[in-house]
Design a protein around this ligand. Structure first.
Ligand SMILES: Nc1ncnc2c1ncn2[C@@H]1O[C@H](COP(=O)(O)OP(=O)(O)O)[C@@H](O)[C@H]1O
Ligand SMILES: [Mg+2]
Length: 488
């Protein structure tokens, strides 16, 4: 089991966290300033409109009175209903106070030189507002005119804590909401990024495990989002790697075992010769014959393994080949072993030439191994039927026999490397179990495939599907066949 490695601190988590936090801060800043300043401006504007109109009307009413004195100012103010929460002053044209709505006033008769009053005496309409956390202070002043000349000024001052309270409450409310939103957002971001980081962590852990050769590790992230898809694909990949690794291990172990058996026999035979005293020459020759047979077997196995290794290392699969010619050549080479078993090879109407695409040497391996097996696993005096079937873009090679047949449960295993049905019995037939595996690999390499049907005790039929050569080569009898062929 590979060790568990720590995943480096997630900069992704930090980035997402920082990004969200920045965004939240900006939003909160806007939320805590813009609406409040808008509200303050609205309050001031509304008050300005009101005060300007009230005191404009008051000045106009004073203008229409015959004299500007305390009584007139007081009576007009009571009619207009102004001045409940306000301090209202009326001055003459020199700024001397002639009316003050404050009962306990001590400014009547005095000159007050507020800037607003001075400006009003110059004929301007003034409105000013200052704001502190506790209150709004509004000041307004306007001139009282008579016959186009400034006769005096009306000044009003208002200290408004109510609006300030409202503004403060609203600010507090927004701050509370902001705090709650911040807390919730932070909680959400932390939960989200932590879960994201954990999931990344698991995927990365999978990568580390595979790096260390632990192909059985599965991320098993059950989720349908992008990360889940990556994890799923990764698990499929590690599954495939595990399968390949187990095939490779099995192969190495099988190959070593297959090589060990003949070596052990050779050693045993040598020891027998060395240990025997006065062994007859004929016996020594017999032992040497056995040793030779074992060496032949070793040669066949190593040749088979070399052939497989060459194919796995990317042998050239391209080319074209005449199947008829290849079959004829293979059956000529196998004529001896067929004769020894009195097996007759029946070729059923082979065409003069059947060009298929694929490396000629690989196709020879296919033809040779199928024919060799059909003879080897036949009964004494049996038959081997060879036929070609032309389809639109395929050529099918059928190799049937009247041999021992293969049980159904064995059928899917006969293409495995070193697999031999009934090892003891087939040891008589000098096989290595590599032939059909080479056949299967060759067919796959050249873009075809192979099928098999069999009735146990009656016979077997292999059908190889070849792709026809793109353009039928000229019928000049030359063939690009490879030499020899692998008797595996
Ligand atoms: N035509 C056949 N009839 C019966 N059994 C067969 C035939 N071809 C292959 N087999 C079985 O499949 C096994 C694998 O074949 P192959 O890979 O060619 O190895 P071998 O070296 O034993 O011939 C053989 O050992 C044999 O048991
Ligand atoms: Mg074989």
């Amino acid at each position: 089991m590979a060790e568990k490695r720590r995943v480096p601190v997630g900069s992704l988590q930090i980035k997402i966290f920082a990004g969200f936090t920045m965004l939240a801060l900006v939003l909160l800043l806007i939320l805590n300033t813009y609406p409040l300043s808008q509200m303050r401006n609205q309050l001031i504007l509304a008050r300005e409109v009101e005060m300007r109109s009230d005191f404009g009307a008051y000045a106009a009413a004073l203008e229409s009175a015959s004299v500007l004195d305390y009584e007139t100012a007081a009576s007009v103010l009571s009619i207009l209903d102004i001045g409940r929460d306000q301090r209202v002053l009326v001055t003459d044209q020199r700024g001397e106070v002639i009316y003050d709505n404050l009962k306990t006033s001590d400014v009547i008769g005095k000159t007050v030189l507020f800037s607003e009053i001075i400006e009003a005496l110059y004929g301007k309409d003034i409105f000013r507002c200052s704001y502190t956390a506790e209150a709004f202070s509004y000041r307004t002043a306007c001139a009282v005119m008579r016959d186009g000349v400034v006769e005096g000024a009306v000044y009003a001052y208002e200290y408004d804590t109510e609006s300030a309270d409202l503004l403060r409450e609203t600010r507090g409310e927004i701050a509370r909401i902001s705090f709650a939103v911040t807390a919730m957002t932070a909680l959400f971001i932390i939960t989200f990024t932590t879960s994201l980081r954990r999931r990344f962590d698991r995927v990365l852990q999978g990568v580390y495990q595979i790096q260390q050769g632990n192909y059985d590790y599965r991320i098993d992230l059950r989720s349908s989002d992008e990360l889940g898809v990556i994890a799923g694909e990764f698990d499929k990949m590690s599954g495939q790697l595990a399968k390949n690794e187990s095939i490779r291990r099995q192969f190495v172990s099988d190959a070593s075992h297959e090589l060990k058996t003949p070596l052990a026999s050779i050693k045993l035979l040598c020891d027998s010769i060395l240990q025997a005293k006065d062994m007859r020459v004929e016996d020594v020759r017999e032992f040497l014959g056995d040793i030779r047979e074992e060496i032949d077997r070793l040669t066949r196995i190593t040749e088979g393994l070399l052939y497989i290794s060459r194919m796995e290392n990317g042998a050239n699969m391209a080319g074209i080949c005449d199947l008829t010619h290849t079959l004829v050549r293979a059956s000529e080479i196998l004529r001896g072993s067929a004769g020894a078993k009195e097996v007759e090879i029946v070729c059923q109407g082979l065409p003069e030439a059947a060009w298929v695409s694929g490396n000629p040497d690989m196709i020879y391996q296919v033809a040779f191994n199928l024919l060799e097996n059909a003879i080897k696993y036949n009964k004494q005096g049996g038959k081997v039927y060879v036929a070609l079937e032309e389809r639109e873009d395929q050529t099918l090679l059928h190799v049937g026999d009247t041999g021992i047949g293969i049980r159904e449960e064995e059928l899917e295993r006969i293409f495995d490397r070193f697999y031999r049905v009934d090892k003891m019995r087939s040891s008589e037939t000098r096989g290595t179990g590599l032939g059909l595996s080479i056949v299967g690999q060759c067919m796959e390499a050249i873009g075809g495939h192979i099928e098999v049907t069999s009735t146990y005790g009656e016979g077997t039929c292999f059908t190889a599907y070849f792709q026809k050569a793109p353009e039928m080569a000229g019928d000049d009898g030359t063939d690009t066949d490879g030499e020899g062929g692998q008797r595996a």
